[in-house]
Structure formats: C-alpha cells, structure tokens
Design a protein around this ligand. Structure first.
Ligand SMILES: Cc1cc2nc3c(=O)[nH]c(=O)nc-3n(C[C@H](O)[C@H](O)[C@H](O)COP(=O)(O)O)c2cc1C
Length: 203
C-alpha cells in the first residue's frame, strides 16, 4: 500500500503518558498502573510512558531558548528524549501536586523542548488533596506557551481517596471504577485533537 496516505481517521495517535513524580516510593504508581491497563484496552491509541524520574537532563542551563534553537540538542540524553517527544501525537500528564504546583522536574523537562511539544494536545490526570487541580491549572498555562492545546476534561484522585487506593482490592477498584467514564471522555477529546493536529501538522 505504499504511496497511500492514510485518512486522518485511520491514524492511530501515539499518546505519551508523562509521569511527573520523581520520588521513590510514590503515589503516582497506583494511577499509572490503572491508566496503562485502561489505555491498553483501546485500539484507537498507542501508549508509551515517559517517566520524568528516568530523565537524565541537568537543570536547564542552555544559552538559547528551545523555541529559537529547535532540535539543537546539547547532549545524547536530551536528543533521546527529544526524539521520544517528537514521536508522540498527544500527551497525557500524570500530575502530582507539590506546594500547589506541579513538580519541578517536570518543568525542567518542559523547558528543554519546544518544537517537540508544539501543535499537540495535552490532557491531565491529577492527584492530591483537591485532585491536583491547582497543579493542573498551572500546567495549562505552561503548555499554552509551548503552543499546545489543553483538553478541558480532567481526571482526579482526591486526598480523601488516597487510603482506599493504597489499600488496593475492592476499595481501590471502587475509586478507579468511578473514574472510568471521565477517563473515556477525556481520552476521546485528547484523541480528537491528536488526529486533527496530526493532520494539520502533516499539511
Ligand atoms: C513537597 C510536598 C508538597 C506537597 N504539597 C501538596 C500540595 O500543595 N497539595 C496537595 O494536594 N498535596 C501536596 N502534597 C501531598 C502529595 O499530593 C502527596 O504526597 C502525593 O502522594 C504526591 O505524589 P507522589 O507520591 O506521586 O509524588 C505534597 C507532598 C510533598 C512531598
């Protein structure tokens, strides 16, 4: 079928699931496990994990802003991650909330790149006392500066639900089952943008 350009609806978007927490152990692994299980049931996306904990970038120290030096990588680690970000059509951020903001390591990753994120959609799954909402709203401002589109719908685990999630079994299942519908709606919107913006970037 060489030479046949797939119609937009035939493209399966590649979703990068970005895990923001870098500590060990971390709560993030509970929603991460559930998200990977749920995303794995869908045949309208491909998922890969970008774990900020595994990213070997120094604190940002480059002379030129990435927006003005697109894909001018200064290290193998920066290039390797840049190529993974480039390969993604959409981003789903798993957002921890520290002092009413998102984690600093995630900001360091975002600051190292521009073109790799530009014209792509972002969705957010937050957790914290108020579901990571404050961190997510800050992150929306940042992704807008990267020329991304942020999806309106979000999914949250609230602090009062943390013990049930940690307990596992039926208690955790009850929390996650209640998130299922929201996750579906959020992903549907993320994929709509991913397909639309992928076609627009190709054009
Ligand atoms: C430095 C620090 C600051 C925190 N600040 C907040 C906060 O402002 N709001 C909130 O909801 N939770 C806050 N928490 C609680 C975190 O939401 C909770 O520890 C969660 O487990 C963090 O996710 P992680 O374990 O995946 O890193 C804070 C935790 C830490 C370690």
């Amino acid at each position: 079928m060489s030479g046949v350009v797939p119609r937009m609806s035939e493209v399966v978007p590649r979703v990068a699931l970005v895990v923001g927490s870098t500590r060990e152990p971390r709560f993030a692994d509970y929603p991460l496990t559930w998200l990977l299980e749920r995303l794995g049931t869908r045949d309208d996306l491909e998922v890969s994990v970008i774990d900020v904990r595994d990213v070997a970038l120094p604190d940002y120290n480059l002379p030129k802003a990435p927006a003005h030096a697109q894909r001018e990588y200064s290290s193998r680690a920066e290039r390797a991650l840049g190529e993974r970000l480039d390969n993604a059509d959409a981003f789903l951020f798993l957002v921890n909330e520290y002092n009413h903001g998102y984690g600093g390591a995630l900001k360091n990753v975002l600051d190292h790149y521009f073109a790799e994120f530009e014209h792509k959609p972002a969705a957010f799954f937050g957790y914290g006392n108020v579901g990571g909402s404050r961190a997510i709203e800050q992150l929306r401002q940042v992704v807008a500066e990267l020329n991304m589109v942020s999806v309106r719908e979000t999914v949250h685990i609230f602090g009062a639900q943390f013990p049930a999630v940690r307990e596992g079994g039926a208690a955790a299942a009850a929390v996650f089952d209640a998130l299922e519908q929201r996750l579906t709606v959020m992903l549907d919107h993320l994929l709509w943008w991913a397909r639309a913006l992928s076609a627009a970037r190709d054009a």
